[in-house]
Design a protein around this ligand. Structure first.
Ligand code: ADP
Ligand code: MG
Length: 397
């Protein structure tokens, strides 16, 4: 279980609180295109406001590579955030220094100040101790609510916690409670579904889930590599040659707990308007490529999901961004949503896929983290969490 102190455990009234949020949101023409991550921070922010803290927010946005990029300014989220909070959000065009200190001095209890993109400084990713100390000097308590960045040991996620008492926000707690409970003592049958593109990134996850889950369903490009490892000719399909040996080993180890596609939707090019047809996995025509799981596989996977008590899903079943190849991902999303089991969807693209078909509300937990979720599923310690005060620690923050 989650064993860190949270904002519930500490005194907030009259304190200046630096909150690391994950406001790394998709933008479109200078406006927030998807406010999921802003909404996800509201329970923590509203609680801090109600409890009478002065709230200072910091986050990264995109990959500015240590330079000031106006298109990646957090100023762009101010309007939407203040609408969601129902109160003004002050903004300062830096995250450390005298201008920021002055803005913090002006900040009243119950008010919210958003700092500029921490990644405008190269010191953020370098986890520079001086930069972390400058950030920390703004507040007397640090709250990490940025689950999506918790796998990174950066200045605003990890370094700062060496200079201030540090506790978790509600989003961090919720994410880790869901994922932790699922893995520590899974309700059974526990079915894992894995797909997506980069199998080398996910080998650790496959191994861990193979140990924990009763069955592992594999689709997406990940399945291509497993099918190729079992000796099939995948023609032009995306196959990770360097992972074939590992995939072969995993197939042997898993036995019949590993369920692979039996048919595929293949296309004659990688395009939304490509020619497509359904073929058995041993009949991918020369020059064609797998783009989605086929109808027979959908039926098999749905049957395997029947009676499940816990489903953990990472990685789409096909190239869902192209409508003609979204059927497998959509069908599984519908099946998971319709079942009464506890369901967890992790991974940036997987979460987007579930949201795209409007089923996110029917999943028990859609994680706001991609990489963080994967590293947690893999059993790795998250640096942004490790550094928070332990629940049973006497230090009161
Ligand atoms: P997540 O972000 O959920 O962890 P990944 O990033 O691993 O998922 O994979 C998502 C990507 O995998 C999507 O962009 C999707 O188009 C791609 N993908 C899924 N199936 C295939 C396939 N058969 N061939 C090529 N790409 C695929
Ligand atoms: Mg992805």
């Amino acid at each position: 279980m989650f064993n860190k102190k949270t904002i519930r455990d500490v005194d907030l009234k009259g304190h200046r609180v630096l909150v690391r949020v994950d406001f790394n949101v998709p933008l479109d023409e200078g406006a927030v295109a998807d406010d999921t991550r802003l909404r996800a921070s509201l329970p923590t922010l509203n609680y801090l406001i109600t409890e009478g803290a002065a709230v200072i927010l910091c986050s990264h946005l995109g990959r500015p590579k240590g330079k000031v990029i106006p298109e990646l300014s957090l100023r762009l989220v101010v309007k939407r955030l203040s609408e969601l909070l129902g109160q003004p959000v002050a903004f300062v065009a830096d995250c450390i220094g005298t201008e920021v200190q002055a803005a913090v001095e002006r900040l009243q209890l119950g008010e919210v100040l958003l700092l500029e993109n921490t990644r405008f400084y190269p010191q953020e990713r370098a986890n520079d101790p001086n930069f972390a100390a400058d950030l920390a000097s703004l507040a007397d308590l640090f709250v990490n609510d940025a689950f999506g960045s918790a796998h990174r040991a950066h200045a605003s996620t990890e370094g700062v916690a060496h200079h201030l008492p540090a506790v978790a926000g509600f989003l961090m707690e919720k994410e880790l409670n869901y994922l932790g409970a699922a893995l520590e003592d899974p309700e059974r049958p526990f079915i894992a579904i894995l797909g997506g593109a980069k199998i080398s990134d996910k080998i650790g996850v496959v191994e861990r889930l193979l140990d924990l889950a009763d069955r592992l369903l594999i689709g997406g490009a990940m399945a291509n590599t497993f099918l190729a490892a079992s000796g099939l000719d995948m023609a032009e399909s995306l196959v990770e040659e360097e992972s074939l040996d590992i995939a072969h080993g995993l197939i042997e180890r898993a036995g019949d707990r590993l369920l692979m596609p039996t048919d595929l939707v293949v296309a004659d090019s990688f395009a939304a308007d490509a020619e497509k047809k359904i073929v058995a996995v041993n009949a991918v025509p020369t020059g064609w490529r797998a783009m989605d799981i086929g109808p027979e596989t959908i039926t098999n996977f749905k049957r395997a999901l029947q009676g499940a008590r816990l489903v953990v899903w990472n990685g789409p079943m096909g190239v869902f961004e192209f409508e003609p190849f979204a059927a497998g991902t959509t069908a599984l999303a519908e099946a998971v949503a319709a079942s009464k089991c506890k369901s967890i969807v992790g991974g940036g693209d997987s979460a987007a896929a579930v949201r795209k078909v409007g089923l996110a509300d029917q999943i028990s937990h859609v994680s706001t983290g991609g990489g963080a979720c994967l590293e947690f599923l893999e059993g790795k310690s998250l640096p942004g969490v490790a550094v928070l005060i332990d629940r049973d620690s006497p230090s009161s923050a």
